[in-house]
Write a protein that binds this ligand. Structure first.
Ligand code: ZN
Ligand code: ZN
Length: 185
């Protein structure tokens, strides 16, 4: 079986001829581009395929670097995302007879092997990476974000306005402290 360059395509014609329970594994260090919404996702990982009675069960552990915008400082950075794909792919034609396979009760979300026996992991990977992408990506745990007053990226330098500004969420607490202080005496 061969990994076709430039995509996540696996020719599974040999595996489809194997008996149920037959497994193949791939370790692929090859960097693969996958374009999603203009972002390039570089993917490496391990792919295991198991012949089932209906098709091929795929288990893939993939790590992709997704370009994200930091939700605090807005800078773009490479966010590593790990996904664990578990999906069954169903053939559209019978490998031995070439006859069309009818999948009773088939659903839109099912994955299919192409008529020329190419199993394309691209759509599945895209769905899993989308689901696992962080809702609020942060470039580093130490990210200071941007100054809400002047817009300066505070990772790159402090601004003058910062000292005088109090986050409105804290101002109520500051007022509380000030009100209590005279009571101390
Ligand atoms: Zn940041
Ligand atoms: Zn500022």
């Amino acid at each position: 079986m061969k990994v076709v360059r430039g995509g996540m395509l696996f020719n599974v014609s040999q595996l489809l001829k194997e008996p149920t329970g037959f497994a193949r594994a791939y370790t692929d260090d090859e960097v693969r581009p996958l374009n999603e919404a203009g972002h390039e996702v570089r993917i490496v990982g391990e792919v295991q395929m198991l012949r089932t009675d209906k098709g091929i069960w795929v288990e893939a552990k993939l790590i992709g670097g997704m370009t994200c915008s930091c939700s605090l400082c807005l800078m773009e950075f490479d966010q590593p995302i790990e996904v664990h794909i578990q999906e069954e792919f169903l053939p559209q034609v019978d490998i031995n007879t070439g006859a069309r396979v009818n999948h009773a009760g088939e659903q839109d979300e099912d994955f299919y092997i192409s008529r020329n026996h190419i199993l394309d992991l691209t759509d599945a990977a895209r769905q899993y990476f989308d689901i696992n992408a962080p809702m609020r990506p942060v470039c580093t745990e130490q990210c200071k974000g941007i100054c809400l007053v002047c817009g300066v990226n505070r990772n790159e330098g402090e601004c003058a306005c910062q000292e005088n500004q109090i986050d409105p969420r804290w101002s109520a607490l500051v007022g509380l402290t000030a009100a209590r202080t005279p009571d101390a005496n």
